[in-house]
Design a protein around this ligand. Structure first.
Ligand code: PRT
Ligand code: ZN
Length: 286
């Protein structure tokens, strides 16, 4: 079918669970089947290809897949030409330079003529060139964090999220080379029907993402405080106000950004709000 989009997702690993969760939250249902490399959605023109994450940019740039979910780190390292359509907000990490705790590090010049182990030679080479640093890059495909302790390299350039891997290997993070998260990439050329399917999928992804950033909030407020409380709430339009059975009180409903909520909670209480409930939103459509 001309309108069926082929989506490349990681078969198993740190990206796969969140990728498939997002697709399900978009209302797309499918049955992956154990060990299957391909499957079709039941209720949306979408076909899945389950791949190693390193192969996803190439599948999308060559057009074998139309779109893919992949980490920016992998996309940049492969250098494949695709369009980044949307940041997805999961698999956040950073590609960082790290050295042993006893390495005297002042600034990037401390790495001049040193050896650095990494699985990201292309991103690292570009970064070092921009900083005018000459270094000996050792390309290794895994367990980069042990390189300094076994004498393979004096520094490493690897992905970090919590930092606990560095900590438990006696390393300290000294420079962030790249900040990364999962992104939706697309083949630069697509027929109109596929483009339409992609627009529909994007609309759903954006609705899910907006909903995640916001919470539905309801509270009881004395009527004389409605104006004051309405001004505290950074609302979508204006809050919904419904009278309570008790005279002089109303129930006020609104939407707040998760990030704003903790900042305004005290103000709401001081203004007389009681029984504040905060509820997750599944989808948000404007
Ligand atoms: O088999 P396949 O090739 O598909 O998977 P993979 O083993 O190459 O990748 P995978 O599943 O480990 O990671 C996929 C993507 O998840 C990466 O390309 C990143 O975009 C993203 N991601 C997010 C991470 C991390 N966080 C992460 N912490 N990828 C790897 N790590 C590793 C890191 O390499 C280091 O070993 O976790 C360790 C550090 O974690 P902290 O929490 O101890 O700092
Ligand atoms: Zn990989």
């Amino acid at each position: 079918m001309e309108n069926v989009l082929r989506l490349a997702v990681q078969k198993s690993g740190r990206l796969s669970e969140d990728s498939l969760k997002l697709i399900k939250e978009c209302g797309v249902s499918f049955s992956q089947g154990v060990g299957k490399l391909k499957c079709e959605a039941f209720n949306f023109p979408l076909e899945f290809l389950f791949l190693r994450d390193d192969d996803i940019p190439q599948y999308v740039s060559s057009g074998i897949a139309d779109i893919g979910f992949v980490g920016e780190n992998v996309l940049l390292e492969t250098g494949e030409k695709t369009n980044i359509i949307q940041k997805l907000g999961f698999s956040k990490c950073r590609l960082s330079l790290a050295v042993s705790n006893d390495f005297v590090y002042e600034n990037i010049n401390s790495l001049q003529n040193k050896s650095i182990a990494t699985s990201y030679p292309n991103i690292l080479r570009k970064y070092l060139t921009e900083k005018n640093i000459q270094a000996d890059i050792h390309v290794i495909s895994g367990s980069v964090e042990i390189a300094p302790s076994i004498g393979l390299a004096e520094a490493i350039c690897d992905l970090v999220s919590s930092g606990s891997t560095l900590l438990s290997n006696g390393l300290k993070e000294v420079e962030v080379v790249l900040k990364s998260e999962a992104v939706l990439i697309a083949h630069p050329k697509m027929n109109d029907l596929k483009q339409k399917t992609l627009s529909e999928l994007l609309f759903r992804i954006e609705s899910v993402q907006k909903a995640k950033d916001n919470k539905y909030i309801l509270m009881n407020v004395p009527n004389y405080s409605i104006d004051k409380i309405s001004k505290i709430l950074p609302v979508m339009k204006s809050p919904t106000i419904m009278p309570l059975a008790i005279e002089g009180w109303s129930s006020l409903h609104s939407v707040v950004k998760e990030d704003d909520f903790w900042g305004i909670i005290n103000e709401l209480k001081l203004a007389g709000a009681e029984g504040i409930l905060v509820i997750p939103i599944e989808k948000m459509i404007f």
